[in-house]
Design a protein around this ligand. Structure first.
Ligand code: 5GP
Ligand code: ZN
Length: 136
């Protein structure tokens, strides 16, 4: 289903032009307008889902095979040294466009990006408490 006022629905379904690097029945992969690095791309499902929570399971299962295809192209043709997959859910997590998208960010030596988090600390007891809370 398409959501009327969703910019990524319009892009994914070809109503708004984009720099498309891959397309199939279910997905369009486009270059990000504000690339973190050269080749920064977004995998967009054509069917609207706000984020991971609303994503149909079949779509979720089909996302990584698309990422693999594009990743191979990036490695071969952009000669990137690595790749980050980033996927933000909710404003607090940095999601600014409320249509599911998986970022593909090719990495290069000295590319000036720092996409990783600051590691914290946790005792075995705290980890166990957290484990129980999640699986309940
Ligand atoms: P988020 O912060 O929601 O995970 O990522 C949204 C991304 O979409 C940002 O990296 C932003 O640069 C990109 N973006 C926002 N609007 C457009 C657009 O109209 N076209 C394209 N190609 N990228 C967009
Ligand atoms: Zn949408």
């Amino acid at each position: 289903m398409k959501k009327e006022d969703c910019i990524f629905c319009k892009i994914a379904n070809g109503e708004i032009p984009s720099k498309t690097i891959y397309e199939d029945e279910a997905f369009r992969v486009i270059l990000d307008l504000g690339p973190a690095t050269k080749g920064h791309a977004l995998i967009l499902p054509k069917e609207h889902a706000d984020n991971l929570y609303g994503l149909p399971e079949a779509t979720a299962a089909a996302v990584l095979p698309v990422a693999q295809k594009v990743a191979e192209k990036m490695r071969k043709n952009l000669h990137c040294a690595g790749l980050n997959l980033v996927q933000n859910n909710g404003e607090i997590a940095g999601q600014t466009v409320m249509h599911f998208h998986l970022h593909m960010i090719p990495r290069y030596e000295n590319d000036g990006q720092n996409i990783l988090w600051n590691p914290g600390q946790s005792s075995p007891e705290e980890l166990e408490e957290t484990r129980k809370q999640i699986v309940q």
